[in-house]
Design a protein around this ligand. Structure first.
Ligand code: IMP
Ligand code: MG
Length: 187
């Protein structure tokens, strides 16, 4: 078996930097919701946001429920298809009692989140919806989307690790890196 380290050309964001961002984001969210009397639902997007979601929810100090939604916009390549399909819904189909915080791994073209924000607001009737994305790649944006909480703005490079995959692998790296070019070439 190959070790992941052999395939990484460069570490872009270290484990320590990510943990610092998780703590900062939690304090921002707590500050925004401190006077709210609605329930909080932390809604992670599968599968990319699971690692970030797990760290974030442990750090978060207020009462909250969690759930997941699964949508897909990427095939096996590194380019967004623009076509969104809903793979699984959260348990509740009426979120009018909830302030929802959508947790995403990365905001790239914005196609996925544009669809998702609309779905959670208009189909699931959330009281409020905020967006929290660990990474933001503004260079490739196609849809205008407001990020309420973000970790890092990154250049237009394909990243893996900390939940983010290339062909479903590399999600379990504890940091975020860039793959060696031959990994794509050997595909
Ligand atoms: P968007 O719809 O183009 O904004 O893409 C969002 C989704 O594409 C993310 O949730 C990721 O699953 C995936 N994605 C976008 N950029 C990257 C990347 O650099 N590495 C891994 N996955 C990515
Ligand atoms: Mg994703």
């Amino acid at each position: 078996m190959r070790k992941y380290e052999q395939d990484i050309a460069k570490v872009l964001v270290s484990e320590q930097e990510i943990q610092g961002a998780v703590r900062r984001i939690c304090r921002e969210i707590e500050n925004d919701f401190k006077d709210s009397d609605k329930k909080i639902l932390i809604m992670g997007t599968l599968k990319g946001a699971v690692v970030f979601m797990a760290d974030l929810m442990k750090e978060f100090n207020y009462r909250a429920e969690i759930d997941f939604i699964k949508v897909s916009s990427y095939g096996s390549s590194t380019d967004s298809s623009g076509t969104i399909s809903l793979k699984s819904e959260p348990d509740r189909n009426d979120l009018s009692d909830y302030n929802v915080i959508i947790i995403e791994d990365i905001l790239d073209t914005g196609n996925t989140l544009h669809w998702l924000l609309n779905h959670v607001k208009n189909d699931l009737h959330a009281n409020t919806v905020k967006l929290c994305a660990l990474f933001n790649k503004p260079d490739r944006r196609k849809k205008d989307i407001k990020i309420d909480y973000q970790g890092f703005v990154i250049p237009d490079e394909f990243i893996v690790g900390y939940g983010l995959d290339y062909n479903e692998e590399y999600r379990n790296l504890p940091y975020v890196g860039i793959l060696k070019p031959e990994i794509y070439a050997n595909k």
